[in-house]
Design a protein around this ligand. Structure first.
Ligand code: ASP
Length: 356
């Protein structure tokens, strides 16, 4: 007769927790654990939320929802990234994101829910401020994973999302500036050097969260590469690239040049590395090495260092976290028992090649 696995797991985990329980109990209360063992088990994991640096407000919000309101980890992570999606001053995510080459904001997002092993994603979505929430609707209410373009927008409207103009004046002006300087031989007059364009061409937010049960979720949302070819979908909504969750191992997410990440399936690589026992930081470095190895030679300097940036964020089932970038000086956001803060990411290379 086979043993009931539920009971066996319960007995094993109870046995593992006993030494802790006994020391924690006051003298004379040694028998108390027999009455209510489930209440005395050590939590499987330390709650932790990790995100790209622009998620510094979000990691505080997500941890509060998990720790004080019992929120599901995906719901908490989505509330974290929505802060940026709705912020017109974050030019890389949601409302206020930089548009594509035609001046149209097209958004990508994906989410994964570890406990139910489900995922949802949207690509090239126009007019909806919070694509992360649309991705969650795809996950919750369909048997599909990935909707794009007009289909994704129609789907969102059916669920009550409003179509709005996502192009802020600030983003429109930046786009006009880019177009003016694109080609000295086109019909747009170049803007003088005394008025340099001071915008960065990339940005995204990824946020992963784990609770005390060891349930893990992750979400990534972006307006993608600024001035991209209309219709381009980046890595952010691609399961395995922009993010990956396995509730038995951990979660990983990425920001930076999406095309290089897609070739490596880097978030999947990082989660698999954690499954093999690597720390989250080492797992992120492993994913970066894979991305470099899978890159076209003309995107690398002669010594093999990349001329582009890519960053990974990882969270293990136990609540350990880490992040790595190509070059030093990169930070990420984290919130655990020590509170919300920015931390330095590890770097794969000590310095950038000239001109990169
Ligand atoms: N990874 C995003 C993309 O390529 C952009 C970024 O994170 O900078 O669409």
């Amino acid at each position: 007769m086979s043993e009931n696995p539920t009971r066996r797991d319960f007995v094993l985990s109870t046995a593992a927790a006993l030494p802790l329980v006994r020391t924690a109990l006051p003298r004379g209360a040694a028998g108390a654990w027999r009455a209510a063992p489930a209440l005395l088990l050590k939590p499987a994991s330390s709650p932790c939320v990790v995100a790209s640096a622009n998620g510094i407000r979000g990691v505080a919000k997500a941890m509060d929802l998990i720790a004080n309101h019992g929120a599901d980890t995906l719901d908490a992570a989505i509330e974290a990234v929505k802060i940026e999606e709705l912020d017109p001053d974050d030019p890389y995510v949601g409302y206020g994101g930089f548009p594509n080459a035609a001046g149209v904001v097209q958004l990508d997002a994906a989410c994964m829910h570890g406990p139910t092993r489900r995922a949802g994603a949207v690509g090239a979505l126009e007019g909806i401020k919070t694509p992360s929430e649309v991705a969650r609707c795809v996950m919750k209410y369909t048997d599909e994973i990935f909707l794009v373009g007009k289909g994704a927008q129609d789907f969102a409207v059916q669920f009550g999302f409003k179509i709005e103009n996502l192009l802020t004046e600030k983003a429109r002006e930046a786009w006009l500036h880019w177009r003016a300087n694109l080609n000295p031989h086109d019909d747009y007059r170049d803007v003088p050097d005394s008025q340099p364009m001071v915008v960065q061409p990339h940005g995204t937010i990824n946020c992963s969260a784990v609770n005390a049960n060891g349930d893990i979720s992750s979400v990534t949302t972006t307006s993608g590469a600024a001035w991209k070819v209309p219709g381009r979908v980046g890595d952010s909504p691609i399961i395995g690239a922009g993010l990956y969750v396995d509730n038995d191992a951990g979660a990983a997410g990425s920001t930076g040049l999406g095309e290089r990440n897609m070739m490596a399936c880097g978030s999947y690589v990082a989660v698999e590395a954690m499954r093999r026992g690597m720390s989250p930081t080492d797992a992120c470095l492993e994913a970066l090495r894979r991305a470099v190895a899978m890159s076209p030679p003309d995107t690398l300097a002669p010594d093999g260092r990349p001329k582009w940036d890519l960053n990974y964020y990882a969270l293990s089932k136990k609540g350990e976290f880490g992040s790595a970038a190509m070059y030093p000086g990169f930070q990420f956001a984290v919130n655990d028992s020590h509170g919300p803060r920015l931390a330095d990411a590890a770097a794969l290379y000590p310095s950038r090649p000239a001109g990169a």
